[in-house]
Design a protein around this ligand. Structure first.
Ligand code: 5GP
Ligand code: ZN
Length: 112
């Protein structure tokens, strides 16, 4: 998707503070963190939102979830964390490339 900001981050056209990358996903720091730790996990394939996933996306979505614990551990979130997927306009989604927020690190956590 040429006009997708997260696809541009994957392509390296927009810089990001990467914390993990493999052939399927990229994890980077949110540019406007809402908690001491605020990571975004995205699939390298462009899926617009959770409202538009289908059976073919089961493998990548499952893969993303299984990577969360180690990433949280590596980020020092030993006392817990929050995972958020905002979906659609009413869900507060700003970037239409599906992403999981991983937030934590103390203090009052944001809802989104
Ligand atoms: P959403 O509201 O779509 O669930 O969350 C989008 C998130 O992406 C927001 O928390 C916002 O701060 C973050 N974001 C938007 N543009 C950029 C960017 O260019 N780089 C990074 N690292 N984060 C971004
Ligand atoms: Zn995209």
């Amino acid at each position: 998707m040429s006009d997708c900001i997260f696809c541009k981050i994957i392509a390296g056209d927009i810089p990001s503070d990467k914390v993990y990358e493999d052939d399927k996903i990229l994890v980077f720091k949110d540019i406007a963190p809402k908690a001491p730790t605020h990571l975004l996990m995205i699939p390298k394939q462009h899926i617009p939102s959770l409202a538009e996933v289908n059976a073919e996306d089961a493998d990548i979505l499952g893969y993303m979830m299984t990577k969360v614990p180690q990433l949280a551990k590596d980020a020092g979130l030993s006392n817990g964390f929050r995972t958020i997927i905002n979906t659609g306009d009413d869900g507060g989604q700003e970037v239409y490339h599906i992403h999981i927020h991983i937030v934590g690190g103390g203090g009052r956590l944001p809802f989104a």
